[in-house]
Design a protein around this ligand. Structure first.
Ligand SMILES: C[S@@+](CC[C@H](N)C(=O)[O-])C[C@H]1O[C@@H](n2cnc3c(N)ncnc32)[C@H](O)[C@@H]1O
Length: 339
């Protein structure tokens, strides 16, 4: 008798056809399945009618969502799971579906050309047909802008809460979030630390959407907006500067320029916090970080994700004396540099 595990194709097939489950969830969000169920359970007939589903696929679609753990069903009646009810109902403060709406609208079709991106090194979004880049195309359309900024809040929520917990905020009074989007991080920091004041330095069009989110969280007296571009302007000064999912959008020269600007804007003893889905130093474990880097290949001309070691070295080159890497949550980690 041998203890060797039998060789099966299960893992390969599960990954290879993983997009079936993924697209089923993305379409459910697009159709508003979880939002329709937020008021309580609905029968198959009621839900199918509200969602305007053709009868042919309706039952398979809803039952697939049950089998995938996204809905619960009792006889003929469907309801949200505690998770989908908290995170996937539009209009709720916990909503993180913006990221998935964006995945459905942009990333799903663009990733269809991943092979071409790998062969050419070129982005596969609007830029492929001579259009503008990620930020220009998203930011030119108010509805897409709102979707994108909400997506960022969802994407960064876990990391934001962990940064509020794992950094010694009691030693600092002010924070500037560079490219702070809707304000997801700043809001979590200020909710957790009543002595903190913060500024979001971001492109001017972001201002009203940030201010609306801050007001909804009752923090307008402690959080302000500073419009500008980190390519043209100096960064505002503060005790702490944060950059979440910023460096990965840009090429190495631009990354170093941003770190230099952060160093200049900090006082002696000030801290820079860089956070994203840092790739593990061995580059063999954090699949999400590595896939995020491929996402940057698909969406940007020069962006890429990187390891904590890479970022630490760039920070030291920029002048930071003490640099440390701390795991936050899931695939996310932060690199902290002290000036
Ligand atoms: C990928 S999002 C990250 C959002 C947020 N920091 C987070 O981690 O969820 C990038 C942010 O950078 C901002 N941004 C892009 N170009 C910028 C520029 N030139 N100057 C300032 N902010 C910029 C975008 O508006 C957006 O809010």
């Amino acid at each position: 008798m041998t203890n060797e595990k039998p060789v099966t194709p299960d893992g390969i097939m599960q990954l290879g056809l993983g997009f079936w489950g993924s697209k089923t969830l993305l379409s459910a969000i697009e159709l508003g399945v979880f939002s329709e169920l937020s008021g309580g359970p609905l029968t198959f007939e009621e839900l199918g009618k509200k969602l305007k589903l053709h009868q042919r696929g309706a039952r398979d679609f809803l039952d697939a969502l049950v089998a995938l753990g996204m809905l619960e069903r009792e006889r003929e009646t469907y309801r949200n799971t505690p998770e989908t009810d908290h995170f996937l109902v539009r209009g709720k403060l916990g909503y993180i579906g913006g990221m998935l709406e964006m995945a459905n609208e942009r990333l799903y079709p663009f990733w269809g050309s991943l092979t071409e991106a790998l062969q050419t090194g070129l982005p596969q979004n609007e830029m492929k047909t001579g259009g503008a880049g990620l930020f220009e195309s998203v930011y030119g359309d108010p509805a897409r802008l709102r979707l994108f900024l909400g997506a960022m809040t969802g994407l960064s929520m876990g990391a934001s809460k962990a940064i509020a917990e794992k950094f010694p905020w009691q030693d600092y009074k002010t924070v500037v979030d560079v490219g702070g989007a809707q304000g997801g991080l700043l809001v979590q920091l200020c909710l957790a630390h009543p002595h903190l004041h913060g500024v979001n330095f971001d492109l001017p069009v972001v201002g009203p959407i940030f201010e609306e989110y801050v007001a909804a969280n009752g923090l307008s007296d402690r959080l302000a907006f500073s419009p500008g571009s980190f390519f043209d302007d100096r960064l505002p000064s503060a005790d702490v500067i944060t950059m979440g999912h910023i460096l990965h959008d840009w090429d190495l020269e631009q990354k170093r320029m941003l770190l230099d600007k952060a160093f200049s804007a900090l006082p002696a003893g000030g801290a820079l916090i860089v956070f994203e889905a840092l790739i593990d130093d061995e580059r063999r474990q954090n699949a999400f970080g590595l896939l995020m880097s491929l996402n940057m290949l698909v969406e940007t001309p020069g962006g890429f994700d990187y390891t904590g070691q890479d970022c630490g070295q760039w920070m030291r080159d920029a002048g930071f004396s003490s640099v440390s890497v701390t795991h936050l949550v899931g695939p996310d980690s932060m690199v902290v540099g002290i000036k």
